[in-house]
Design a protein around this ligand. Structure first.
Ligand SMILES: *[C@@H]1O[C@H](CO)[C@@H](O)[C@H](O)[C@H]1NC(C)=O
Ligand SMILES: *[C@@H]1O[C@H](CO)[C@@H](O)[C@H](O)[C@H]1NC(C)=O
Length: 403
């Protein structure tokens, strides 16, 4: 009897290992990080990550203290054992000062998280991509005319589910600040993403192939799209974003080189967009297949934005090699509601839709856009756009066609 009882207790404690230690904590300093801003601390971070990721606790913490850590390109790989991983980030992480320190690694990404579920990165820390050397020459070596090079994105999450990014400041990435690819159930909030308005391709947040993502209460002032939502994304909620400088908030581009691309259920709400090149934009290439549908822009304020509202089914940024095709990405059920502000360009609304596929059920309700330029009148342009409007200025009468 006594022996039997003993074995029952044993089985219980083996089967429920999380009971005795539900949390554990690992500080990068204990794994050899120096934090002087010039020593390569990547090996130390990787060692600490290994412990964090393999910990038997339910929650595992990686502590990055208030020092400056130089990291070379680095991937934090999962899957990990703990249900939740918390990165508490107080200091500063800086990228290498020379391109030489990037070579030998695949350089799509500077800091990557792959296949990590339950990840939370939060704190008052700063991630500095030291990107300016890439902006003049995006190649690792000498720029070769006619070849395209892609500098590394600062932070990438790839196939991460249940994640949170909170409070971090990101400055001067070589390319995009944050890229989310094939992730689900994410929340990004209270972020500050900053780069000069003329820095090339420095998107704020790129979202592709993701589902159930919320981006809340953040400041994004950068050189390209503040937020770009592209192929395979659905259930994306954006709210409380202050954007500018930058290229505004974009869906797309979709359908490049005849691709099949779908985006649906996107809400952009309570945002202020200031002095951007474009405002809220849906951009699709000729020849693509798929749809962009159920998209809502509500409670948006524009301050001296260029081209505040755009749907462009003839997207062709470099104006070469673009033909009009029979296929196009279908754009439907797009709502603009409660939008106010000023436009620097004369054309405040531009709905440029394909002949065959077109745009349908485009709804405008309480949209008031005026010109930011004294003596200039804001106008609207429509081509094959179908929908309804009420309380909208400039008027869409004789512009928007009935559904
Ligand atoms: C709107 O966004 C601002 C940040 O720009 C935020 O402070 C405010 O709480 C938001 N309001 C709502 C109702 O979400
Ligand atoms: C495609 O069609 C649109 C609308 O008719 C027109 O504005 C545009 O110039 C055409 N593009 C090309 C490359 O023919």
């Amino acid at each position: 009897m006594e022996l039997l009882l003993f074995s029952v207790v044993m089985i219980l404690s083996v089967a429920r290992p999380g009971l005795s230690s539900t949390t554990s904590s690992f500080n990068v300093m204990q794994y050899g990080a120096v934090g002087d801003g010039s020593t390569n601390d990547s090996p130390a971070f990787l060692k600490a990550w290994k412990e964090v990721c393999q910990s038997k606790s339910q929650a595992s913490h990686l502590i990055i203290p208030a020092k400056t850590f130089l990291l070379r390109p680095l991937t934090f790989r999962g899957p990990c054992k703990p249900k939740n991983i918390y990165i508490q980030f107080s200091g500063k992480i800086v990228a290498p000062k020379t391109k030489g320190e990037y070579s030998g690694s695949q350089i799509n990404t500077w800091l990557g998280f792959n296949y990590v579920d339950g990840l939370s990165i939060s704190g008052k820390g700063t991630i500095d991509g030291r990107g300016s050397m890439w902006w003049d020459n995006p190649c690792l070596g000498k720029a070769v005319p006619g070849t395209k090079c892609r500098p590394p994105t600062a932070l990438t999450l790839y196939r991460c589910n249940r994640f949170e990014l909170k409070g971090i400041t990101h400055v001067n990435p070589a390319r995009s600040h944050i890229t989310l690819t094939s992730c689900t159930q994410g929340k990004l909030s209270n972020l500050r993403l900053v780069a000069p308005g003329d820095s090339p391709n420095t998107d704020g947040i790129d979202i592709s192939g993701c589902k159930n993502i919320r981006v809340l209460d953040s400041f994004i002032g950068t050189g390209d799209d503040c937020i770009a939502i592209s192929a395979g994304s659905s259930a994306i909620r954006i709210s409380g974003i202050t954007c500018g400088p930058g290229h505004g908030i974009s869906i797309g581009s979709l359908g490049t080189r005849g691709e099949i691309d779908n985006v649906e259920d996107v809400t952009v709400r309570n945002c202020t967009i200031t002095e951007t090149l474009t405002g809220v934009r849906i951009k699709t290439w000729q020849g693509g297949v798929g749809y962009a549908r159920r998209i809502r822009f509500e409670g948006i304020r524009f301050v001296r934005a260029n081209n505040p509202i755009i749907i462009d089914q003839f997207y062709c940024p470099h104006s070469t090699d673009c033909k009009n095709e029979t296929e196009a990405i279908k754009v439907s059920d797009v709502t603009y509601r409660g939008i106010v502000g000023t436009s620097l360009t004369k054309e405040a609304i531009k709905l440029s839709c394909d002949q065959n596929i077109g745009c349908s059920n485009i709804v405008f309700d309480r949209v008031y856009l005026s010109s930011a330029v004294a003596g200039q009148k804001a106008t609207a342009f429509c081509h094959n756009a179908h929908g309804t409007f009420s309380h909208t200025k400039p008027t869409l009468k004789k512009c928007l066609l009935p559904n």
